[in-house]
Design a protein. Structure first.
Length: 312
């Protein structure tokens, strides 16, 4: 990793020429990730019921009662996952899901399940509650106030559909006087933003008139010191982002070529978005976002998502 050869330099120059094709390969990768999410989403939404964890009942209590019924009814295996607010139970078939819902609705002996089961959505059959989607507004000037952004956004939401701003957080202002605002919205609000507003807020406050552009935050976590992607028990310490060497920092790197310590390949750095490992982790993060199925199935809408996804 510390010795450069003429072949390394040739490979580096070739990589520089191929930067535009790298961007295209990223778009293809993202499109495939969204297609895969659409396939799994169609399946999951028909088999999943969602329980609220905000009713003083733990996920363990709720899942035990679901499993007790499944054993009694001789159902297939059930998979569970939790978020801060919800417990998701995915059954083996849509028929078994409907049977569980009917059992909860008609039985007088399941007050816990009846109390925590979320009401149906999407025409009265689906009990699948999507998770919030993380969005960002980047490079905002310090004179654009957070409360004015919030009031403008909420005024544009379709309240009749239950569109909701769940969280909005201001970021630190950088030396250039810019900052990032992070927010979370539910699926209805997400549709409002990217379908009705086309991903843009027309913002006006006194003399300030500008458009604010939404980006979707799917970036995998990356250590600022060693640049390793994803949680790791111990950080080996600061490393050079360009060549991966732990003996110097990026501003002191004299190498002519780059080396990625994440995928152990030359030609790009650990912070480049077209790194194979980064793209793999990015795909995993995309699958954690419950984008409305309608966006995943429509080619134009999917392209809109790809343009809005924040890579780095």
């Amino acid at each position: 990793m510390n010795s450069e050869t003429i072949l390394d330099i040739i490979h580096e120059q070739t990589s520089n020429i191929e930067r535009s094709s790298n961007l295209q390969s990223i778009k293809v990768h993202l499109k495939e990730a969204l297609k895969e999410q659409a396939r799994s989403e169609r399946d999951v939404r028909e088999k999943t019921v969602t329980f609220s964890l905000m009713k003083a009942h733990s996920a363990e209590v709720i899942s035990d009662k679901v499993l007790a019924y499944a054993l009694l009814a001789q159902m297939g295996p059930i998979s569970f996952r939790t978020s801060k607010e919800f417990l998701f139970a995915q059954l083996s078939t849509p028929t078994e899901k409907e049977a569980l819902v009917d059992y909860i609705r008609l039985s007088d002996n399941n007050s816990v399940l009846k109390e925590t089961l979320l009401p149906p959505v999407q025409g009265g059959r689906l009990h699948f509650q999507r998770l919030p989607v993380k969005l960002e507004l980047n490079n905002l000037a310090s004179n654009i106030k957070l409360d004015r952004i919030k009031s403008t956004l909420e005024s544009l939401f379709d309240q009749s559909r239950g569109s909701k701003l769940i969280m909005m957080k201001d970021g630190k202002t950088n030396p250039q006087g810019k900052r990032t605002v992070s927010l979370k919205v539910n699926s209805q609000a997400f549709s409002d933003i990217f379908e009705t507003m086309n991903g843009i807020i027309p913002f006006a406050d006194g003399k300030i008139k500008t458009n604010l552009f939404f980006r979707i935050n799917c970036r995998p976590w990356q250590c600022r010191d060693c640049f390793n992607i994803g949680p790791h028990p111990t950080c080996p310490g600061k490393a050079c982002a360009k060549c991966g060497n732990s003996e110097h920092q990026s501003n002191g790197c004299s190498r002519k070529t780059r080396f990625c310590r994440n995928c152990n390949k030359p030609g790009h750095s650990a912070r480049d978005a077209h790194c194979p490992r980064y793209l793999n982790e990015l795909s995993k993060e995309i699958r954690k976002h419950d984008f409305p199925l309608e966006f995943l199935q429509n080619s134009d809408r999917a392209n809109q998502l790809i343009k809005a996804i924040q890579l780095k």
